[in-house]
Each structure stands twice: as C-alpha cells, then as structure tokens.
Design a protein around this ligand. Structure first.
Ligand SMILES: Nc1ncnc2c1ncn2[C@@H]1O[C@H](COP(=O)(O)OP(=O)(O)OP(=O)(O)O)[C@@H](O)[C@H]1O
Length: 274
C-alpha cells in the first residue's frame, strides 16, 4: 500500500537561526497509525504543523513532506508549496484535531453550521436543505453524540469539553481526509472522557481505513491507538519501532524514562498482549 505521508529530513528553523526540529523522517501508509511521543517542547506539534503547512510566522521548514490525497493519485510536496496549493491539500489530504477543540471551532457559530461547512467543502455546494441537515445529524451520530439535533443547534460554549472534541472530530472527518493528525486530542479531558474519545477515534480510523498521526506526551495513550511509535527529544528522533518494541525493549535512556512515566502502562501492555 502506498504512503499517505512521507517526511524526509524535516527541519524547522526560526528566522533567527534556532533549530527546533532537526532531521526527522518517518512515513505512514494508508490505514496505519504512527504515534509521535516526547516530552513537552520536543517538537511534536511543530512537526504536525509543518505537515499541514501551518508553521507559525518566523519559522520555516526544510527537507521534504509528501502528502498523497488519494491512493491512486500522486503525492504533493508541502515544503515550499504555495498557500493555494496548501489549501487544496488541507482537509482532503490531511486534517488535524488539536488538544483544545476551541482552536478549530468558531465560538460564534452553531456546531451544526460548522460541520455543515466542512461537509459542503467535501461534497460541494449542492449539498443543502434537508439532505445537508441529515448529513450533519449523521456526522454527529457517528462520533456518538447523544441528541445530535440539540448539539447541532448549540454554540461551542454551550457543550462540554468532551462534546466539543467530538464535534471537532466530526468536522475533521467530514473532510474525509486520507490522513488524520490528532495532536494531544484527549489531554484536556478528564480520564473517563479521555478513554471514551480514544476508543471512538480508534474505531473511526479503523472503519474508514484512514492513516493516523497521533501525538502525545503520554506513551500509554499513544500505545492505545497506534501501531508504530517515533520518539522525539529536543526536536530530533531518538528511537522508532513498533509499539511492542518501544514499550518492552526501549533502547534509548530517554525512551526508558517515557516508558517508566507512562501513566497507564498496564493498560497499554494489556492491549499489546491481547
Ligand atoms: N511559536 C513559537 N515561537 C517560538 N518557539 C516556539 C514556538 N512554538 C514552539 N516553539 C519552540 O519549539 C520547540 C518545540 O515545540 P513544540 O510545540 O513542537 O513541542 P511539543 O513537543 O509539541 O510540546 P508541547 O506538548 O508542550 O506542545 C519548543 O522548544 C518550543 O519552545
């Protein structure tokens, strides 16, 4: 199967010459899941933002990031691409869910309206009226939101954090991306909601055969949803392998520390043993 994402020798540098990410390489095939794990400041988010062509002002990427929007089509280079080209890739090739869903949601727009916009970007302006309303309800249903009609009418501040994250996920999925990037999607949620959202994400990605790039500082959370892991430290890759290898046989001392501090390691191990 073809790679949905190929990152080769990625660097992120500030205009004043600081290297924040150095020589990071990885690839993700259609239907597979890679976890990026590392402590705060290790370069995980910048790597994700570089893939989306969304680096903050004053930073630039080097190396190569190739995204393949469809299995049959050619890959497109993100590094150095024009904003117009990037707009074409965002959504269809890759989309991102952030730790704080309010980043993605417009506080002044009802949840249903925001999902409707995402659906119309994917399916065209012809999707409207009752068909559009049904598609919105279906999208909310699919992320297991009870009372989808009520949620559709709500503004982001009127629903809980867990519900907001599900709405953000519904919006991301409405774009039917080849690659979903989830950047600490459950870190802001309490533990019970966190495991519900993780299970949901796990099921939805499997159902759609999407590729997943999952980012977390918590190796246990990463282990729960991915099959391969890349460990980042100070902007560089220190180790990579299957979840099983990394959790059971970490070779780098930094990875050993991450394994040691993983909060729910038992459950991660349980999943591997299953
Ligand atoms: N907008 C910015 N301006 C300057 N430096 C930044 C900016 N964003 C990130 N950095 C720096 O780049 C490095 C990598 O940050 P990044 O956000 O990718 O880390 P992270 O692993 O995602 O951590 P966290 O989980 O805390 O977000 C850090 O040293 C951080 O201070």
């Amino acid at each position: 199967m073809s790679d949905v994402l190929q990152v080769q020798g990625l660097g992120v540098r500030t205009d004043d010459g600081r290297d924040l990410v150095s020589d990071v390489s990885f690839s993700i095939r259609a239907g597979s899941r890679l976890g990026l794990v590392g402590e705060s400041g290790s370069g995980k988010s910048l790597t994700a933002l570089a893939v989306m062509g969304l680096l903050p002002r004053g930073m630039s990427a080097s190396g190569s990031i190739r995204l393949r929007p469809s299995a049959a089509g050619p890959a497109a280079e993100v590094v150095g691409a024009s904003e117009q080209r990037l707009n074409g890739l965002r959504g269809s090739a890759a989309t991102v869910v952030f730790q704080e869903p309010l980043t993605a949601l417009d506080p002044l727009m009802r949840a249903g309206h925001q999902i409707a916009e995402a659906l119309r970007l994917t399916h065209g302006r012809g999707l409207r009226g009752p068909a559009l309303r049904r598609a919105v309800t279906d999208a909310l249903d699919r992320v297991r939101l009870p009372e989808p009609d009520r949620i559709a009418r709500a503004y982001p501040h009127e629903i809980s954090g867990g519900q907001r994250q599900r709405v953000a996920l519904a919006m991301a999925l409405a774009r039917e991306p080849a690659l979903l990037i989830a950047d600490e999607p459950t870190t802001a949620l309490d533990v019970t909601v966190q495991s519900e959202v993780l299970a949901l994400l796990d099921g939805l990605v499997a159902e759609r055969g999407m590729a997943l790039l999952f980012i977390s500082h918590d190796l246990a959370v990463v282990s729960a949803v991915t099959d391969h892991v890349l460990v980042l430290k100070d902007g560089s890759a220190v180790e990579s392998g299957t979840v099983d290898d990394i959790v059971r046989r970490p070779s780098h001392p930094y990875t050993r520390d991450l394994v040691g501090s993983a909060r729910h390691l038992e459950s991660a191990l349980e999943r591997i043993v299953r």
